[in-house]
Write a protein of this length. Structure first.
Length: 219
């Protein structure tokens, strides 16, 4: 099943089950970001900023060290509390053998604490790298970090979600959900950046782009 169809179903469930106040504020914020005029995210052809982040075991993972092995599918997600992120990561996990066949690898980054990342990785049985970008430094370098407005902070808190506690930071920040396909030279070849967290890059698009990179490398 296409990821889009799964997301459409999740969106329908959100509209049916989520309190009206939550829906109003969430869709308000998406609309404000979409109409802000801000150009979010690095673009195709840009050089991917290098970074070193810890995985849940405390091991340091460096992007350019990983790129030396092959292209990287780098995806930023909101956190394990987001059902849309879980749909995406499960779909990408199923795609992992195809990514590896094309010489690629998958790295997922969130702002959540290493302990929460470990719980998430184990619960969803994720076998790719899941890294913690504490305080959003890396997300900011990819131009996808944003601060939640007061009205959304209040809504989250009212319904039991304190992002500062979950992410072990004193700031109400999140990354836009974004995926960057990066070749071995560190050049971003494909992007999907959207203020609407209910959409993500389709698996087919990932494979098509990795095939192009693979074929160019083989020539």
């Amino acid at each position: 099943m296409a990821v889009k169809k799964l997301f459409d179903q999740a969106k329908e469930a959100f509209i049916v089950k989520a309190p009206e106040e939550v829906q109003v504020q969430v869709f308000r914020h998406i609309k404000e970001q979409q109409e802000s005029g801000i150009v979010f995210g690095l673009k195709e052809g840009d050089e991917a900023p290098n970074f070193t982040l810890a995985n849940p075991l405390g091991e340091q993972v460096n992007l350019y060290d990983e790129l030396a092995k092959g292209p990287v599918v780098l995806t930023f997600y909101r956190g394990s509390w987001c059902p849309f992120c879980n749909i995406q990561l499960r779909a990408y996990q199923q795609l992992l053998p195809d990514i590896k066949k094309l010489g690629g690898q998958l790295i997922a980054v969130s702002l959540q604490s290493p302990d929460n990342s470990l719980s998430h990785k184990e619960k969803e049985e994720l076998t790719f790298q899941v890294l913690s970008d504490l305080n959003g430094r890396v997300a900011d370098s990819y131009r996808i970090l944003y601060e939640l407005p007061d009205y959304l902070q209040n809504t989250y808190t009212k319904f039991g979600m304190d992002l500062t506690e979950f992410n072990q930071t004193d700031r109400w920040i999140l990354p836009l959900t974004a995926t960057f396909i990066i070749d071995k030279k560190g050049v971003i070849r494909r992007t999907h950046v959207d203020p609407d967290f209910m959409t993500r890059m389709e698996p087919r698009e990932i494979i098509d782009q990795l095939k192009k990179i693979y074929e160019q490398h083989e020539r």
